[in-house]
Design a protein around this ligand. Structure first.
Ligand code: AHM
Ligand code: MG
Length: 344
């Protein structure tokens, strides 16, 4: 890979297509359309602070259009881009209770389905803090030419064909994998193109950042509380105490830890006994990326996230993801502490 010249996302996608001998360009088209939609969302995210000047959400804007909430806007953009690609026959989105199926001429022959969280980290939208889009692509199980079915969406994460995220941060980036490593592209707004900036991302095997909403401390299982104490103890050899970093936007927290090394945890809590994050469109794509970059993702009880067979669209799961050694250490300690508590 020659990094001395700028390689755009589309060029890279086409170059990579040849690595899949029977590829017909369908997945490439799908990924390109996701890239296009994310540029439109990037534009709107960048204007978010102007909403109060140009008119409140739900009110008429200067062009006489009704302003939409940004997450609804993102949802619509990705749905229409995926439909327009002609390669996707259905979508499961955090914004919609049920699956959306395309049975129009253009899309009913699509081989793929997509699960997505169009704008994750919604509590950060109004305060100019990083947010993201997460997506996963699967081959459909139901026959081509018919409507997509629920079973197409309830596949294990190991069946993902591609997954990625877009982070709308100080720069906008798209990071994705098709199962041959992870690559990151930074949007150059002056030319309107995503350019390859992070080739073959490998996450550090160990790190010194832990990311968790510590405000929930009292609601955490005992093992997690003890693990947090471990993170805060002084020990030069293991670089402790670790630094605590938590944005409250999974994409941004994961992205930082992916590059720097760290662990992100969203365990079960008294409020969310099954965890808060959603398996299909948050945990699975992030886990696929983590593993492809050399990291690890589990439910904190030794179960690999990608092996979980989903039983519903909006299923939640406890989530532990990041640098391999940190995730393994956290799991060992949590399981050990809980055994001690239970006297086993
Ligand atoms: P959302 O999909 O409603 O935005 O919620 C998902 C977000 C994640 O991005 C983030 O990791 C988590 O929820 C933060 O939750 P909390 O505010 O409970 O810490
Ligand atoms: Mg979300």
């Amino acid at each position: 890979m020659n990094l001395n010249r700028v390689l755009t996302l589309n060029e890279f996608i086409i170059e990579r297509q040849s690595e899949f001998p029977y590829a017909k360009g369908e997945l490439s088209r799908l990924l390109s359309h996701i890239g296009i939609a994310s540029k439109i969302v990037h534009r709107e995210v960048n204007k978010a602070g102007l909403v109060d000047i140009l008119g409140e959400i739900g009110e008429m804007n200067v062009q006489g259009e009704i302003q939409k909430k940004l997450d609804v806007f993102a949802d619509e953009q990705f749905i229409s881009a995926l439909m327009a690609s002609g390669e996707c026959c259905g979508i499961a989105s955090e914004e919609n209770q049920d699956i959306i199926t395309f049975d129009g001429e253009l899309a009913k022959d699509g081989k793929y389905i997509v699960t997505m969280d169009p704008l994750d980290g919604s509590s950060n939208i109004d305060v100019n803090v990083s947010i993201g889009t997460i997506f996963a692509i699967y081959r459909r199980l139901s026959p081509i030419g018919h409507k997509a079915k629920l079973e197409d969406f309830l596949q294990e994460g190991t069946k993902q064909v591609a997954a990625g995220y877009i982070i709308y941060g100080s720069s906008t980036m798209m990071v994705y994998t098709t199962g041959r490593g992870v690559n990151g592209f930074t949007l150059d707004p002056s030319i309107g193109e995503f350019c390859l900036s992070h080739y073959n991302i490998q996450t550090p095997q160990n790190g010194s950042i832990y990311s968790i909403n510590e405000g929930n401390y009292i609601k955490f299982p005992e093992g997690v509380k003890r693990y947090l104490k471990y993170c805060q103890e002084n020990d030069e050899e293991t670089n402790r105490p670790f630094s605590s970093r938590y944005i409250g936007s999974l994409v941004a927290d994961f992205h930082r830890n992916l590059l720097k090394g760290g662990i992100f945890l969203y365990p079960s809590t008294a409020t969310y006994p099954k965890g808060k994050l959603r398996l299909l469109y948050e945990c699975n794509p992030i886990s696929y990326l983590a593993e492809q970059a050399g990291g690890k993702a589990t439910d904190g009880r030794g179960r690999r996230i990608l092996d979980i067979k989903p039983d519903s669209l909006h299923q939640r799961v406890p989530f532990y993801v990041g640098s391999r050694q940190m995730v393994e250490r956290a799991e060992d300690l949590i399981i050990q502490y809980e055994k001690e508590i239970n006297g086993k």
